[in-house]
Design a protein around this ligand. Structure first.
Ligand code: AMP
Length: 111
C-alpha cells in the first residue's frame, strides 16, 4: 500500500507545495516543529537515506539549496535532518529531508 508521501506525489493527498521539479517535491510539514518546516522528497520510491544512491543525493542537495533560497533562509541558517529507521524515529518510509529554520533552533539532548 502506498504511504502518505507516495500519495502526495500521486496527487491523491494535497500538500502545501513550496517547489517542484521533475525529480523532487518540497512541501510544508503538516505538524511544524519550527517557524519554517519543509519536507523534501524524491518522486521515485526510495525508503530511506540508506537506500539512496549518491547520484540521487547529489541531485537532491542541489534541489534543497533551491528550496532554502526560495524560503529566504539560506543566509540566516537552517537545519537539515533525515530520520532513518527505528532509532532515527522515521515515521514515513519514503526518503525525506526536514528543513527547519526561521528561528534560532534549540539543540536539545535527544536521548
Ligand atoms: P519522519 O518522522 O522523519 O518520518 O517525518 C515524517 C513527517 O511527515 C512528520 O514531521 C509529519 O508531521 C509529516 N507528515 C505526515 N503526513 C503529512 C502530510 N500529509 N503532509 C505534510 N507532512 C506530513
Amino acid at each position: 500500500m502506498a504511504n502518505v508521501f507516495e500519495k502526495i506525489v500521486a496527487g491523491e493527498i494535497p500538500c502545501q507545495k513550496v517547489l517542484e521539479n521533475s525529480q523532487f517535491l518540497a512541501f510544508h510539514d503538516i505538524n511544524p516543529k519550527a517557524p519554517v518546516h519543509v519536507l523534501v522528497i524524491p518522486k521515485v520510491c526510495v525508503k530511506d537515506f540508506n537506500a539512496a544512491s549518491p547520484e540521487l543525493l547529489a541531485q537532491m542537495s542541489g534541489f534543497i539549496l533551491e528550496v532554502v533560497e526560495k524560503l529566504g533562509i539560506k543566509e540566516s541558517g537552517y537545519r537539515l535532518i533525515t530520520n532513518v529507521g527505528s532509532d532515527g524515529g522515521q515515521e514515513v518510509p519514503h526518503l525525506h529531508f526536514h528543513i527547519l529554520g526561521g528561528a534560532k533552533l534549540a539543540w536539545p539532548k535527544l536521548f
